[in-house]
Design a protein. Structure first.
Length: 314
C-alpha cells in the first residue's frame, strides 16, 4: 500500500508517541470519571444492568460523534455500507460489547488505582496476539521479557494492594482482565481492518452498533438510569468524547503501524489512571504505597524493553 505524505508522518516514532500518549491520558481519566458518574446517576456497584445501560449510552453517543466528524471532514453524510459493516461487526463484538461489558462491571467492583494498572495489561496481550496468533509480527525475546514484566506488575498490585487483603474477585479484577483480553483482540483486528477501510468510519460504526447492543442488553436485564442531572449528562458526554477522540486516533495509528509500535505506549494509561484516581477518588494512600509503586516500575520497565531498538535482546 502506497502511503501519502500525511500517512507517512503517522509512522514517525515521535508522532506516534505524541498521539498515543494523548489517547492514554484520556483513557487514564476514564476510570475515576466512570466511578464518579455512577455516583451522580445513582448506579450502585451491584446494579450490573444499569452499568451496561450507562456504557451503551456512552458508546452510542461516541459513535454518533465520530460519524458526524467524518461527515464534516468528507463534506458528505458518511453512512456505513456493507464493506464497512463486514469489518465493523467483529471489531464491535470484541471491543465495545466484549471489552466494555466486562470493563464496566469490573471497574465498579475494584479500586480506580488497581483498575488503571490492570488495564495496562491489555497492551501486552495485544502484542502477544499479534505475534503468536495472527502472526503479523515476529516474537522476540525482548517482547517476551516485556510481557512477563508487565504481567508481574499486575500480580504485584493484586498481592500487595492495600484494598485487596490478599484476595482476587472474579467480578472485579477478574472482569477487568477479561476486558483487556477483548481489548487485545480488537486492537489486532483494528490493525488489520483499518488498512482496508477508513479507520475513522470503522471506529464510529462499531461504537454506534456496540453502544446500541449494550443498551439493549442492559435494558433487557432491567437496567435504567435514574437521577439524570446536568452533572451526569456532562460526565457521559465527556466519556463519549474520550472514546470518540482516543479510539479514533488509536485506530488511525494502528492503520499505519505495527501493533507493538503503538501498543507499547500504553504505559501512560496505567500511570495516568493511578495519578487521576488518587486525585479524583481520594485513593492517595493506595496510589503511593509500595505495591503500587513496584507495579508501576515493572509495567514501565516491561514496555521500555518492548520499545527498545533491536539489540542483544533479539
Amino acid at each position: 500500500m502506497r502511503m501519502t505524505q500525511k500517512q507517512n508522518i503517522l509512522t514517525k516514532t515521535g508522532i506516534v508517541a505524541l498521539l498515543a500518549c494523548v489517547c492514554c491520558i484520556l483513557w487514564g481519566s476514564a476510570i475515576p470519571v466512570i466511578k464518579t458518574g455512577y455516583r451522580f446517576l445513582h448506579v450502585d456497584s451491584s446494579d450490573i444492568a444499569s452499568q451496561i445501560v450507562f456504557a451503551g449510552v456512552r458508546f452510542t453517543l461516541a459513535g454518533i460523534l465520530v460519524l458526524i466528524f467524518a461527515s464534516i471532514r468528507e463534506k458528505k453524510v458518511m453512512i456505513p455500507d456493507k464493506e464497512i459493516l463486514k469489518y465493523a461487526v467483529p471489531v464491535c463484538l470484541a471491543q465495545t460489547v466484549g471489552q466494555y461489558f466486562f470493563f464496566y462491571i469490573g471497574v465498579a467492583n475494584t479500586s480506580g488505582v488497581k483498575g488503571g494498572i490492570i488495564t495496562g495489561l491489555g497492551n501486552f496481550i495485544a502484542i502477544l496476539l499479534s505475534c503468536l496468533v495472527f502472526r503479523n509480527e515476529r516474537m522476540t525475546r525482548r517482547k517476551i521479557a516485556g510481557c512477563v514484566l508487565g504481567f508481574a506488575g499486575v500480580v504485584v498490585i493484586n498481592l500487595l494492594g492495600n484494598s485487596l487483603d490478599m484476595g482476587f474477585k472474579l467480578i472485579g479484577e477478574g472482569f477487568v482482565l477479561i476486558a483487556q483480553l477483548s481489548y487485545g483482540i480488537s486492537t489486532v483486528l483494528i490493525n488489520l481492518f483499518s488498512r482496508k477501510v477508513s479507520p475513522v468510519v470503522l471506529s464510529g460504526t462499531q461504537f454506534t452498533m456496540g453502544g446500541i447492543v449494550l443498551m439493549l442488553i442492559g435494558a433487557g436485564m432491567g437496567g435504567h438510569l435514574e437521577n439524570v442531572t446536568t452533572g451526569g449528562v456532562v460526565i457521559i458526554f465527556y466519556l463519549a468524547m474520550v472514546s470518540a477522540v482516543a479510539y479514533t486516533l488509536w485506530s488511525v495509528l494502528l492503520a499505519w503501524n505495527d501493533v507493538s509500535k503503538v501498543a507499547i505506549f500504553g504505559f501512560v494509561n496505567p500511570l495516568c489512571g493511578v495519578i487521576l484516581s488518587a486525585l479524583i477518588l481520594g485513593e492517595v494512600k493506595q496510589a503511593f504505597n509500595v505495591g503500587s509503586l513496584a507495579a508501576l516500575i515493572l509495567v514501565c520497565a516491561g514496555i521500555y524493553i518492548v520499545n527498545c531498538k533491536e539489540n542483544k535482546w533479539e
